[in-house]
Design a protein around this ligand. Structure first.
Ligand code: PEP
Ligand code: MN
Length: 347
């Protein structure tokens, strides 16, 4: 990582350092943060001669070598000062709530509009809605591109930024072109490296936020953090890490709840953690406790499935979705735990 003396390199300076690193098989990836631009050396940055040449340039302060498989996501990275803001919330300063239906029913847009309004009134700042759905059963409803219009209409009606999962490059393009604010990479695709790369490339020049779920089968934390590094290495550092339960399941729950990994993630990476209690436990009655536990473990946000009338829902909604009243109560209680964990510091 190259730290210039000024906050940004000029085009000529960038061209000069690019020429130097290219001689050593590397390239420069600028990553525009909220405060400053970070210049990551992509490739093996340990070559002494390359570092000497870079540090010899008058406008370079120093070259940081972080010996980490995820040097941009690492807590010691210069990106650690980057702050992500979405729905008016700067992650880390206030609890972020993403809520909405698992699946938008294209035959019943009205229900989604009502859910959107209800989650807003309950205190959510981002509206989620499944357009395309990864389904275990190939004959189950797979989602419908028509739901993209419904999602964006709900955004216009409520003013809430919207989040939807994408599973391939075509969906990525459609969602971004439509103006989706937050892209979700789901648990099944968190190990799909070509999709991670495509997502990184697609959001590189935008301020889109990516919500990266933890794969059902991810073990070591480095695997999760490195998946995020794939996306961030293309230049957009707006990434949220989302534990959502893993396999094998805990008898009685849909998955093995993993909100307890939050403090471990925070020791290794600066990225905000947004826990999804809905897919973790898989049943509406268990979701509030899991959500509160997540905040107690230090989560920066929650992603909760909610529906104005769960019994009329499709996908996961009949089983998992909270009613607006249950969501409002969970948000209130989650904020109380947040306040306990973030006492106001008296100077
Ligand atoms: C979802 O958010 O509805 C979903 C399918 O999530 P996951 O990828 O965590 O299973
Ligand atoms: Mn779901």
């Amino acid at each position: 990582m190259i730290l210039p003396k000024a906050n940004r390199l000029t085009a000529e300076q960038l061209a000069e350092i690019s020429r130097i690193v290219e001689d050593f098989g590397c390239r420069i990836q600028p990553i525009v943060g909220a405060v400053r631009t970070i210049y990551a050396i992509v490739g093996d940055e340990r070559e002494e001669l390359m570092i000497d040449r870079l540090e010899g340039l008058g406008y370079i302060d120093r070259v940081d070598k972080i010996q980490s498989p995820h040097k941009l996501m690492d807590r010691r990275s210069d990106l650690a000062t980057h702050r992500i803001t979405v729905g008016g919330i700067t992650l880390g300063t206030e609890l972020l709530i993403i809520a909405g239906q698992c699946t938008i029913d294209p035959k019943n847009p009205q229900l989604f509009y009502e859910t959107a309004q209800a989650v807003k009134e309950a205190g959510a700042q981002v509206l989620r809605g499944g357009v395309w759905k990864p389904r275990t059963n190939p004959y189950a409803f797979q989602g419908d591109v028509k739901s993209l219009d419904i999602l964006l209409e709900a955004h216009r009606r409520t003013g809430l930024p919207v989040d939807a999962e994408v599973m391939d490059e075509q969906q990525l393009k459609l969602a971004l072109d439509a103006g989706v604010h937050m892209l979700q990479i789901g648990a099944r695709n968190a190990l799909n490296y070509s999709l991670l790369r495509a997502a990184g490339r697609a959001v590189a020049e935008r301020d889109t936020v990516v919500l990266l779920k933890r794969s059902l089968h991810m073990g070591p934390l480095n695997e999760f953090i490195s998946a995020a590094e794939y996306i961030v290495s293309f230049g957009n550092p707006n990434i949220l890490l989302c534990p959502r339960g893993t396999s094998p399941t805990l008898d009685g729950y849909r998955n093995h709840p993993d909100e307890s990994i939050t403090p471990l993630l925070k020791e290794k990476t600066w990225a905000p953690v947004v826990v999804d209690p809905s897919h973790s436990v898989g049943k509406a009655t268990y979701v509030p406790a899991c959500a509160l536990a997540a905040v107690a473990y230090g989560a920066d946000g929650l992603c909760i499935e909610a529906h104005v009338s769960p019994s009329q829902g499709i996908g996961d909604d009949p089983k998992q979705a909270l009613t607006p009243a249950a969501l409002a109560l969970t948000i209130r209680q989650a904020k109380q735990i947040w306040t306990l964990r973030h006492p106001v510091k008296v100077p």
